[in-house]
Write a protein that binds this ligand. Structure first.
Ligand code: SER
Length: 929
C-alpha cells in the first residue's frame, strides 16, 4: 500500500485503491470495464467506467466509415518524407502531395489513411497543454477531383454524431471568412444554427502548404466543447479557435484548391480536392472524457511503464508485468498542472516519438532527423531526473510500445530490439556527461543571473560539444531562469569547430554556369562530339561548359570522371567533373593551346571509369550482403565510389565480428562469381517501390528513377554508372571496418586490380617478415609468438639485474639522507632504467633501512616517475607520502597522489627532477610542523 500511495499511480489491482483518499478516481476503459470493476471491488466513488471506445477502436471505426464511403484505405507512409526539403512527415496528406498536384495518379480518387506524423516545433508545449504531441497519428480522408465540400462536411458530421455518438450540442465549427459555400452547407445540409459557425481569416482557416510550396486552401474546423471546467475566464481563449483548453479542435476539413508557388503565387490545382485531418490522440481523449491525451488508453501502458519502471524486466525479452494487466487503468493523478507528473507525460511522448523514428530507420545523431531523435531521447532522459531516474531507463519502455503498436505498425515490433539498443546506447552516452554538463551549466547560470547577461555562444557550443547538450535543451533550461543564448555566437563556434575538424567541405562555386543545362550522354557512351559553350579561368586551370558530355559528374557518392577535351587547336586534361544544377562543370588543365568556344571531342578515361564502376557495382552487392547477414535495419548512410575503391557508411550499432566480415565478403564475391547481369531501367517511383527497391529517400514523387538490378540479389535506385555484369568486378576485399559514430559503421573495400595489388603487397610483406624472423611465411605466427615470449623473458631478466645493482647501491644512497625535525629524509635520483615496480621495491628497501621518508625520482626515457615511502614513525610525526608526491609531480609537469605511507606519480619534464628533489625537504618540513 505504501508503494501505491507513494506515487498515486496504480498498476495492479490492490487494496490501495479503496483506501487512497488522494485518488480522484480510476478510469477503466473499454469492454473490460465492468469485469474490472467487479474484480477490483472498488467503491463506486472511485470509479469512472467508460464504455466508450479505445484508441484502436477509434482508428478502425474511422477507416471502416470511409471505406463504406467507397474510399480505399492506404497504409501509413514513412515518417521520412519523399520530399527532401522537409525533415519529417507532419501531416496526413504529405505522402499524397503528388496526387493533389496531378503529378501522379492516385490508386483511387477517394482515399483514407491513418498517417504517422512527427514534429518538434511545439516540443516545449508537450506535457504542458492537454493536446500537444511530438508523435501523433492523423486520421484522414482524401478526394482527388472526386467529392468536395458537401460530402466532406456531411460525412464528417455523420461520423462524429452517428458513428461516435457525440452529442451535436457540444460541437462547433469555423470556416474561412471569404468562403460562402461551406457555412451554407453547415446550415442547410447539416442543420447547424448560424451562431455555432465561426468565421475567421487566413491565420485560422487556411491550411498549407507544408514547406515553401504545394497544395493549400480554405478549411473548416470542428471543435468539441470539453466543458466549463476548462474555462480560463478570458473570452479570447475560451472560444472555438481560441488557445484555451475548453474547445478542442478535433478535425480539420481542408478544401484543397491551390498549388502555392515558392514566390507565394496561388495557381489552381488540376482538380480541387479534400484533405481532412483528425488527431487520433485528441479525439480519443475527448471520447474517453479524460484531461489530456496522456490519460488515454493509447498512452496508459507507456505511462504505467514509466511510473513502474522498476517492475519492468531489465532484459528486453517479451513478456513482463505490464502484459498481465487485465485492463487499462489510467493513473488519473497525472494532472496537467501537477509539477511532479508533467515529466511523466513528456517522457511518454518523447519515448514514443523516438521509437517510431527508430522504426523508420532514423538513428540518434547530429544532423537533421537523427538530431531530432537524439533530442527526444536526451530531453526525456533529463526529465527522468525529476522522477529520480538517473540511470538509463527509456530503453526498457521500448517493448511496451512495440506491444501496443506492433499490430498496427509492424515496423515497430520488427525493429524493437534494435531500437532499444540504440536508445540504451544514446542514454548511456548522455548519462556519462550529464552530471558534469549540469554542473557546468549551473555554474554558468549563477554568473549570468547576477549580471543578467546572455550565455556566450561558445559556452553553449561547448556544452553541446563536450557534454552533449543539444542547443535547444540548453536554451530551454536557461529560459526558465530568464537567460538567453548568443545564438549567432553559437553558430560561429560551430562553424569554427567544423572547419578545424575538417567537417566543412568546400562548396563548389555555385555561380559558375548556374543557369546552363548540359545533356548527359555518359550512360550510353564515353566519347562524343560536343560544343564548348563557355569557359572561365580557375586557379591556374579552367572550368569548361559543354552542350553535351559523356563525363559523369560527381553525385550519389560516385566521383567525377576524368579524361580529355580536344578542340581544333587545343588539348585539355579533364581533372574533375562536378554538377551545378543542370550544368556539368569540367575542371581542365590545358595541355596544348588555349580553350576556345566551338566544336570539341570529349573523351572519358575509360580505364578509370571502369574501375569506378567496379567499385560502384560492388557497393550495391555489399549493401545487399550486409542486409542479408546483419538484418534489414542496415541502411546506407553515405558512400564514396572511386576507382576500385569504395567506402560505405551504414546504420548498425555494433562492430562486425570477424565472422560477419568474412560472411559479408564471401557473399559479395559469390555474387560476383555468379556473373549476374546488371539491368538498368527507368521507372516511376511508384513502380520502383512496387518492385521493392531500396533507398527511396531523397527521391521526389513523380520523379522518373533509375533502378539498378543485379539478378535476384540486389535492387536499388541509383543514378550512377555500372558494369554490365557483376563478374567484371573481379574481386572485392574488405580492407577495414570501423565506427563513424555511435550507430554508423564504415566499411572500406577494394575491387578489381586494386584488390589484387593489395593482396599481393600483403603477401610480400608477409614474406619479408618471415625472412627477418628466419622462417617460412606459413610459420610466421608461431615464430612471432616465440619471439614475443623471448622478449618478455629478457625484459624480466634485465629488471632483475637492474634491481640487484640498485640494491647494491642502497647503502651509498642512504648516506645522502638528511634529518628534518627528527625525521630522516632521503630524497635522491634512482639509478637509470628502473620501471615502476622496481622503483617501488627500491623505495621499500630504503625506507626499511632508514626508518624515515624516502623520495625517489627516476628519469625513465624522458618520462618522470616518482615513488615516495613513509615509515609508520614518520607518518606519526606528520609525514604524508601522497601529499608529498603531489607537490613533486607538479614541479615536473605531472600529477598524482596517494596514501600516507606510499604513493607514486608521474611527470613530463625530466629536467626538473633535481629541482623537485630539493623541494622535498621543504614540503616534508611543512608536514611535520
Ligand atoms: N492537412 C491538414 C492538417 O494537417 C488536414 O489533414 O491539419
Amino acid at each position: 500500500m505504501t508503494a501505491c500511495k507513494s506515487r498515486h499511480f496504480h498498476y495492479k489491482p490492490c487494496d490501495a485503491f479503496c483506501q487512497d483518499a488522494d485518488l480522484d478516481y480510476v478510469l477503466l476503459i473499454g469492454t473490460q470495464a465492468k469485469k474490472a470493476r467487479i474484480s477490483l471491488n472498488l467503491p463506486a466513488r472511485l470509479i469512472r467506467a467508460q464504455n466508450t471506445m479505445t484508441g484502436n477502436e477509434l482508428r478502425s471505426k474511422y477507416l471502416q466509415f470511409f471505406e463504406s464511403k467507397d474510399s480505399l484505405v492506404i497504409p501509413s507512409g514513412s515518417l521520412i518524407p519523399s520530399d527532401p526539403t522537409t525533415l519529417l512527415t507532419s501531416a496526413g496528406m504529405q505522402p499524397l502531395v503528388p496526387y493533389f498536384k496531378g503529378e501522379e495518379a492516385p490508386p483511387k480518387s477517394r482515399l483514407a489513411s491513418c498517417q504517422k506524423c512527427c514534429r518538434a516545433d511545439d516540443i516545449e508545449q508537450v506535457g504542458v497543454t492537454w493536446r500537444h504531441a511530438s508523435f501523433f497519428e492523423m486520421l484522414g480522408n482524401f478526394s482527388f477531383g472526386d467529392y468536395f465540400k458537401r460530402e466532406a462536411i456531411v460525412w464528417g458530421w455523420e461520423f462524429l454524431t452517428k458513428t461516435l455518438g457525440i452529442d451535436p450540442a457540444v460541437l462547433w465549427v469555423s470556416v474561412y471568412h471569404e468562403d460562402l459555400e461551406a457555412p451554407e452547407i453547415w446550415r442547410r445540409d447539416v442543420g447547424l444554427s448560424d451562431e455555432r459557425i465561426y468565421r475567421f481569416g487566413k491565420k485560422d482557416n487556411w491550411w498549407g502548404p507544408v514547406g515553401k510550396s504545394g497544395p493549400c486552401g480554405p478549411d473548416s474546423e470542428i471543435f468539441f466543447d470539453r466543458g466549463a471546467k476548462y474555462d480560463t475566464g478570458d473570452p479570447e481563449l475560451d472560444r472555438p479557435g481560441g488557445d484555451g483548453d475548453r474547445y478542442g479542435e478535433i478535425w480539420n476539413l481542408v478544401f484543397q484548391q491551390y498549388n502555392q508557388q515558392e514566390n507565394g503565387e496561388l495557381l489552381p490545382l488540376p482538380a480541387p480536392g479534400i484533405d481532412t485531418g483528425m488527431g487520433l490522440e485528441r479525439t480519443a481523449a475527448i471520447l474517453q472524457g479524460v484531461d489530456t491525451i496522456h490519460h488515454t488508453d493509447l498512452f496508459a501502458p507507456i505511462v504505467n511503464a514509466i511510473v513502474h519502471i522498476k517492475n519492468l524486466p531489465s532484459t528486453l525479452q517479451e513478456g513482463g508485468p505490464e502484459t498481465e494487466l487485465p485492463f487499462i487503468i489510467t493513473p488519473y493523478r497525472l494532472h496537467p498542472q501537477n509539477p511532479t507528473t508533467w515529466p511523466i507525460r513528456v517522457i511518454a511522448d518523447h519515448i514514443r516519438a523516438a521509437v517510431f523514428l527508430g522504426a523508420d530507420g532514423i538513428v540518434p545523431g547530429n544532423n537533421g532527423r537523427d538530431y531530432m531523435m537524439r533530442r527526444f531521447i536526451r530531453r526525456a532522459f533529463l526529465m527522468g531526473r525529476n522522477l529520480g531516474y538517473r540511470k538509463p531507463f527509456l530503453h526498457r519502455i521500448v517493448p511496451v510500445i512495440a506491444r501496443s503498436y506492433g499490430d498496427i505498425y509492424p515496423e515497430v515490433s520488427q525493429s524493437a530490439t534494435n531500437i532499444a539498443q540504440l536508445i540504451k546506447r544514446e542514454e548511456k552516452r548522455f548519462e556519462s556527461t550529464l552530471t558534469d554538463g549540469m554542473d557546468r551549466l549551473e555554474y554558468l547560470m549563477e554568473g549570468l543571473e547576477e549580471s543578467r547577461e546572455i550565455l556566450p555562444g561558445d559556452e553553449a557550443f561547448r556544452l553541446y560539444e563536450t557534454y552533449g547538450f543539444p542547443l535547444e535543451l540548453t536554451r530551454e533550461i536557461l529560459s526558465k531562469e530568464g537567460i538567453g543564448i548568443d545564438e549567432e555566437g553559437y553558430q560561429r563556434a560551430a562553424e569554427a569547430h567544423s572547419k578545424v575538424s575538417g567537417a566543412a567541405v568546400g562548396e563548389y562555386e555555385k555561380s559558375i554556369f548556374g543557369a546552363a543545362e548540359t545533356r548527359f550522354l555518359g550512360y550510353e557512351t564515353t566519347r562524343t562530339e560536343a560544343q564548348l559553350l563557355e569557359f572561365q579561368p580557375e586557379g591556374g586551370n579552367f572550368v569548361v561548359l559543354l552542350d553535351q558530355t559523356p563525363f559523369y559528374a560527381e553525385s550519389g557518392g560516385q566521383i567525377g570522371d576524368q579524361g580529355e577535351i580536344i578542340g581544333a587547336d587545343f588539348k585539355a586534361r579533364v581533372l574533375d567533373t562536378k554538377k551545378n544544377g543542370k550544368a556539368w562543370i569540367h575542371t581542365v588543365e590545358m595541355l596544348e593551346g588555349a580553350p576556345k568556344n566551338g566544336p570539341v571531342t570529349a573523351i572519358v578515361d575509360v580505364e578509370r571509369r571502369h574501375a569506378i564502376e567496379r567499385a560502384h557495382s560492388a557497393t550495391h552487392l555489399l549493401h545487399a550482403a550486409l542486409r542479408l547477414h546483419l538484418g534489414d535495419h542496415v541502411q546506407q548512410r553515405g558512400s564514396l565510389v572511386a576507382p576500385d575503391r569504395l567506402r560505405f557508411d551504414f546504420v548498425h550499432n555494433a562492430p562486425l565480428s570477424d565472422e560477419e566480415n568474412r560472411l559479408v565478403e564471401d557473399t559479395v564475391n559469390q555474387e560476383i562469381l555468379r556473373s549476374l547481369p546488371v539491368e538498368i531501367e527507368q521507372k516511376t517511383l511508384a513502380e520502383a517501390k512496387a518492385m521493392g527497391a531500396m533507398a527511396l529517400f531523397g527521391e521526389k514523387y513523380g520523379d522518373i528513377v533509375r533502378t539498378v538490378k543485379m539478378g535476384d540479389f540486389s535492387l536499388e535506385l541509383c543514378g550512377g554508372t555500372h558494369l554490365p555484369n557483376t563478374s567484371s568486378t573481379g574481386l572485392c576485399r574488405i580492407i577495414s571496418e570501423g565506427g563513424v559514430s555511435a550507430n554508423i559503421r564504415r566499411i572500406e573495400a577494394y575491387t578489381g586490380t586494386l584488390a589484387l595489388t593489395h593482396d599481393r603487397e600483403t603477401q610480400t610483406r608477409l614474406r619479408t617478415a618471415a625472412q627477418i624472423l628466419g622462417t617460412q611465411p606459413d610459420n610466421i605466427v608461431g615464430a612471432t609468438e616465440k619471439m614475443r615470449a623471448r622478449v618478455k623473458e629478457l625484459e624480466r631478466q634485465l629488471q632483475q639485474a637492474q634491481q640487484k645493482v640498485a640494491s647494491a647501491s642502497a647503502e651509498d644512497l642512504l648516506s645522502g639522507a638528511v634529518e628534518i625535525n627528527g625525521v630522516k629524509l632521503l630524497a635522491t635520483r634512482a639509478p637509470q632504467g628502473l620501471n615502476t615496480d622496481a622503483l617501488r621495491n627500491l623505495a621499500d628497501q630504503l625506507a626499511q633501512k632508514s626508518n624515515g621518508v624516502v623520495v625517489l625520482g627516476a628519469d625513465n626515457d624522458g618520462k618522470v616517475l616518482w615513488a615516495v615511502k613513509a615509515s609508520p614513525d614518520a607518518i606519526k610525526a606528520g609525514a604524508h607520502a601522497g601529499n608529498l608526491v603531489r607537490e613533486l609531480a607538479k614541479t615536473t609537469g605531472g600529477g598524482g597522489g596517494g596514501r600516507p605511507d606510499f604513493a607514486q606519480a608521474g611527470g613530463k619534464d625530466a629536467s626538473k627532477i633535481d629541482d623537485a628533489l630539493k623541494q622535498a625537504a621543504d614540503v616534508l618540513e611543512s608536514q611535520i610542523k
